[in-house]
Design a protein around this ligand. Structure first.
Ligand SMILES: [Fe+2]
Ligand SMILES: [Fe+2]
Length: 142
């Protein structure tokens, strides 16, 4: 069962950003499934690597879009993105450390909470805040 489901209520009002958010949610759900079903460390590490690169790409795209829109909260938003990328690296290092000792990735509650917090903070916190800015900057906005 997916950990997070995307719906229109999570739209930020920009098709490209929504698509990238859907991609990130899909990866988070895959990681969650992998942890829940006891996937091997290599699979989890591959998925975390995919999340790291998709997140870096998305954050870059989103920051460019926010610059164009003249978003005043950009500095804080950038800092939050940097923190999220750092969190992925921390988990990647932890999984690598476990793998080096021949241990499976931890399927404990920590990962579930972290994954959920990771995507929720992003979509319902900082990203939700720029919706009105995008709407005002968009030529198609009503
Ligand atoms: Fe963001
Ligand atoms: Fe985003």
């Amino acid at each position: 069962m997916p950990l997070v489901i995307w719906s229109e209520t999570r739209s930020v009002g920009d098709d490209r950003m929504d698509e990238e958010h859907i991609g990130l949610i899909s990866l988070v759900n895959h990681i969650y499934d992998a942890l829940e079903t006891g996937a091997d460390a290599d699979s989890v590490r591959r998925l975390l690597a995919a999340l790291a690169s998709a997140a870096a790409r998305h954050f870059h795209d989103e920051e460019e879009m926010l610059v164009r829109a003249g978003y005043t909260g950009l500095a804080e938003h950038r800092a939050e993105h940097a923190g999220l990328l750092q969190q992925i690296e921390t988990v990647r290092e932890e999984v690598a450390r476990l793998a080096a000792r021949g241990l499976a990735p931890d399927v404990g509650n920590l990962h579930r909470v972290w994954l959920l917090a990771w995507v929720m903070d992003h979509l319902e916190g900082a990203d939700a805040d720029y919706r009105s800015v995008i709407a005002a900057a968009s030529p198609s906005a009503a």
